[in-house]
Design a protein around this ligand. Structure first.
Ligand SMILES: [Zn+2]
Length: 288
């Protein structure tokens, strides 16, 4: 809760006039507890889980001609009843795990120093912090996901998430309750390292989930990012979970380099075999 209830009191405390955004924030939050503000995330998550996957389905259904070429698995379609079953499961998990987790995790947010006070952070600070959160989460998520793909992790926890093999936005939050808890750790790490304002935290929670849904939708931006990120080169047969995974880009780059080296060696041995030895690098086959 803010230590001042009126614009005048806030302006006196800050020694300057409030911006329009700060006035809006003051009017909205002055009489609300920090805990109540934090719990707004429950409503945001409910709306995102419910609206965004339908948004992709809507586009796919009504703009088939336009979005069709961007679908990763064009021949794979989930029936409406299966889609609805997935959504119901997500909602059940939302009310049993996601919501209660938000209700009880407030002390950790307080501990790391997420603030609700004025002044509001400038836009560049919000953008920079969100950038850090995405990179930290992406890195942490990669290792958690690798752990979940070990024999024990997959059979006991992660196979639930892979139940739906067709790309579908609803499948993003469709997971075992333990996975939901574990994946909360990399999401929390960024704000713990660079704590910001509650508005930044709201944005982070919302954007992170939208990104997850978009990644699992199997089309549009996910398509272009997957292709460009070289993540496809790492494990093309497995579910691609990264968008701009820093680690996967590095790994994909290394893998690409290794494959190109093997191609070079293969070409070289063929040419040696044919008695025509060329210096491959002299031909411009540069991979760095
Ligand atoms: Zn997986």
């Amino acid at each position: 809760m803010l230590p001042y209830a009126t614009v005048e009191a806030a302006e006196t405390a800050l020694g300057r006039s409030l911006t329009a955004a700060e006035t809006l924030w003051l009017n909205y939050s002055a009489h609300k507890s920090d805990y109540f503000l934090y719990c707004h995330n429950i409503i945001f998550l409910f709306l995102i889980f419910s609206v965004f996957p339908f948004y992709y389905l809507f586009l796919e259904h009504f703009f088939k001609k336009f979005v069709g070429p961007y679908k990763i698995q064009p021949k794979v379609n989930l029936s409406f009843s299966d889609t609805l079953r997935c959504y119901k499961s997500v909602m059940r998990m939302f009310f049993l795990v996601v919501g209660p987790l938000q209700l009880v995790s407030y002390p950790s947010i307080k501990m790391i120093g997420i603030r609700t006070s004025l002044p509001l952070p400038p836009l560049w600070e919000i953008a920079a912090q969100l950038g850090v959160y995405f990179i930290v989460e992406d890195f942490g998520n990669y290792w958690v996901h690798r752990f979940l793909h070990c024999k024990w992790g997959y059979e006991k926890i992660h196979k639930v998430h892979h139940e739906y093999t067709a790309p579908i936005g609803f499948a993003a939050p469709y997971a075992h309750w333990a996975e939901i808890l574990i994946l909360g750790i990399p999401s929390f790490l960024g704000p713990a390292m660079v704590p910001g304002h509650m508005i930044t935290f709201w944005l982070w929670i919302a954007l992170r989930q939208i990104e997850a849904i978009e990644t699992h939708s199997g089309k549009f931006v996910a398509y272009t990012l997957h292709v460009s990120s070289a993540a496809m080169l790492v494990k093309p047969s497995q579910e691609v979970v990264v968008t701009l995974s820093s680690l996967s880009i590095i790994q994909g780059y290394r893998y690409q380099k290794k494959v190109l080296q093997q191609l070079r060696d293969g070409m070289k041995s063929n040419q040696e075999h044919n008695g025509v030895l060329h210096d491959i690098s002299a031909q411009g086959h540069k991979v760095d």
